[in-house]
Design a protein around this ligand. Structure first.
Ligand SMILES: [Zn+2]
Length: 464
């Protein structure tokens, strides 16, 4: 017996149409008008939208002080069926081995949504860089390097970024960068703290827009010299987005994402009294509203390709985690939960306000992230043969984001109090109902790794 989702208004990144979807054995096997319902379970999707399960290309579990996969069902409650998790390479461990170990230690039977893995270079060396070509054999085709964080183990110098770009290209591995100028941040942070400017609101001053723009253009130059593609994660501001756009228009394979919080929140959140601003400390920092407005334009015009959540629910939450920085903003663990609210926020504040179309919503939240991660069309698409990751969306729902509905196990919710229009009424992961009206109804730990294929989206120009 299969499942028929009947009469839904199907939205893809390209078009929308009313049809039935037949699901069998975890896959979409037919799409059409008036499919024969005999012997199948029928879900009436009349007056509902039906779109691919969300793909969140940027989340953090089990690393950087974050909670682990025991909280990952939060993604499904919000309509995201696949997450892209970053695997930290411990010092002294090979890059490929870091993936194998992570799967053993953290993943088997623990992840609830499906997941695709990205690597992170933490121990730069000739061996590590040489190992980049082996990553596709463990289902990984994107590896991130941190230009920020001077003095931390995950800081890498330009030498290693350039070498990674050159070697990654040989195997179709996409190099991702966290682009901020580490030295500028280091100097400014020390200066601010020495002046007694220790509150969260100074965090933004320690990491100016231009330090992000500078590092981004430096990375783009390195990618151009290496003749390799580049993906810039979590772009926050107009200046940096324009640099990426202009490089792309010049013919370079330069892409960038932004994140939910850079579309929804601004630097005033950091200035909230009673240390509340610490909840919104993330890297790079929240920017002024003018940049927020530009981020919407950037995704709408395709200057930035996608919206990730950069979900990072800090252990100990606000009360015990974030408070570590009560006397020094630079000691506040950066990151906040966001995987559950991404689709709601982008739909309500993007689609419902007319900033973006429904097609664009699917493109930036589902389809393009799947392409960037090398898992398209298995994920991020509604078509015959794809995984039956499907959201049946009720656009008439009205509600509010509340901490009590959050499954991220934090003591605060980044979007607490935001009104939402519409809800993921039913969420299917490979044909199984896993969430209903914002509540998780599935089985924990049933997520599977989606093997990423090399030469993904960021290599498109090299295939022409
Ligand atoms: Zn991140």
């Amino acid at each position: 017996m299969g499942l028929i989702i009947k009469n839904g208004n199907i939205i893809t990144s390209k078009n929308e149409y009313i049809a039935d979807i037949l699901v069998e054995d975890e896959k979409i096997v037919a799409i059409g008008k008036d499919l024969d319902i005999k012997g199948h379970e029928v879900v009436d999707a009349n007056d509902k939208f039906v779109f691919p399960g969300g793909v969140d290309e940027h989340v953090h579990y089990n690393s950087f002080n974050s909670l682990g996969y025991e909280t990952s069902h939060a993604a499904l409650a919000g309509g995201t069926t696949t997450v892209g998790d970053f695997v930290v390479q411990p010092v002294g461990v090979g890059l490929k081995d870091s993936i194998i170990n992570y799967k053993k230690d953290y993943l088997d039977e623990k992840a609830t949504p499906d997941y695709v893995l990205h690597g992170i270079i933490m121990d730069p060396s000739e061996e590590t860089v040489a190992d980049l070509v082996n990553m596709p054999s463990v289902g990984v085709s994107s590896v991130k390097l941190f230009m920020a964080y001077k003095g931390m183990p995950y800081y890498v110098s330009d030498e290693w970024i350039f070498k990674a770009l050159c070697t990654g290209k040989k195997a179709g591995v996409t190099i991702m960068v966290h682009a901020e100028n580490a030295d500028i941040i280091d100097v400014l942070t020390k200066k601010l703290i020495a002046e007694g400017k220790t509150e969260p609101k100074y965090f933004g001053d320690s990491r100016p827009v231009l330090s992000e723009a500078e590092a981004t253009s430096r990375a783009i130059y390195m990618a151009e010299i290496a003749n390799a593609p580049l993906f810039v994660v979590h772009v926050t501001n107009q200046k940096t987005a324009e640099i990426i756009r202009d490089a792309y228009n010049k013919g370079l394979s330069t892409y960038g994402e932004t994140c939910t919080h850079y579309l929804m929140l601004n630097d005033e959140n950091l200035a909230k009294p009673n240390f509340e601003g610490a909840k919104y400390v993330c890297n790079p920092p929240l920017r002024p509203q003018s940049d927020v407005n530009f981020m919407w334009e950037a995704i709408n015009k395709g200057w930035l390709t996608s919206v990730g959540s950069d979900h990072c629910a800090i252990m100990g939450g606000f009360a015990e985690g974030k408070r570590k920085g009560i006397n020094d903003f630079s000691k506040i663990p950066p990151g906040s939960p966001g995987v559950q609210d991404r689709l709601n926020m982008i739909w309500t504040y993007g689609v419902e306000t007319g900033k973006i179309t429904r097609q664009k919503f699917v493109e930036v939240c589902c389809t393009t992230p799947a392409k960037v991660c090398g898992i398209y069309p298995q994920k991020g698409e509604i078509a015959v043969g794809t995984d039956a990751d499907i959201v049946v969306f009720d656009p008439n729902y009205r509600g509010t984001v509340k901490l009590e509905d959050s499954l991220s196990s934090s003591d605060y919710c980044t979007y607490d109090g935001f009104e939402i229009k519409g809800i993921a009424e039913k969420v299917y992961l490979r044909g199984k109902l896993v969430a209903q009206n914002g509540k998780f109804v599935g089985e924990l730990g049933k997520g599977q790794q989606v093997m990423s294929k090399p030469y993904a989206y960021c290599y498109d120009k090299f295939k022409e």
